[in-house]
Design a protein around this ligand. Sequence first.
Ligand code: 5GP
Length: 114
Amino acid sequence: MPEKTLFQKIADREIPSDMVYEDDECIAFRDIQPQAPVHILVVPRKPIPSLDDLTKEDTRLVGHLIVCATRIAAQEGLGEGYRTVFNCGRHGQQTVPHLHLHLMGGRQLRWPPG
Ligand code: 5GP
């Protein structure tokens, strides 16, 4: 068995987290270093390393992550808007090699990001 990723350990409750949602395909929990009043990571249970590793079979799963993010945004009261981001690779500043969608909101966000 390959070693579990950090986010698989969170999914399996081996590492504690503030979980806000879970289903058969994904989990969502608060980021440990929030960059906005609401900062949640939506993570597939399947340990896909990054966007670059997606296959055609993952198309529906990625849609599911996005739909879950919109539902969580509503639950979190982000009616004024929010941002969803997949960081990818070194230039994208991805630090955890397990695909995740950032959901950020609760303040005015700036554009472009740094
Ligand atoms: P990335 O930089 O890969 O796009 O995002 C990884 C995110 O995971 C970062 O925002 C970071 O703060 C968050 N993170 C890293 N380790 C942990 C952890 O142990 N628990 C939680 N809740 N978030 C983490």
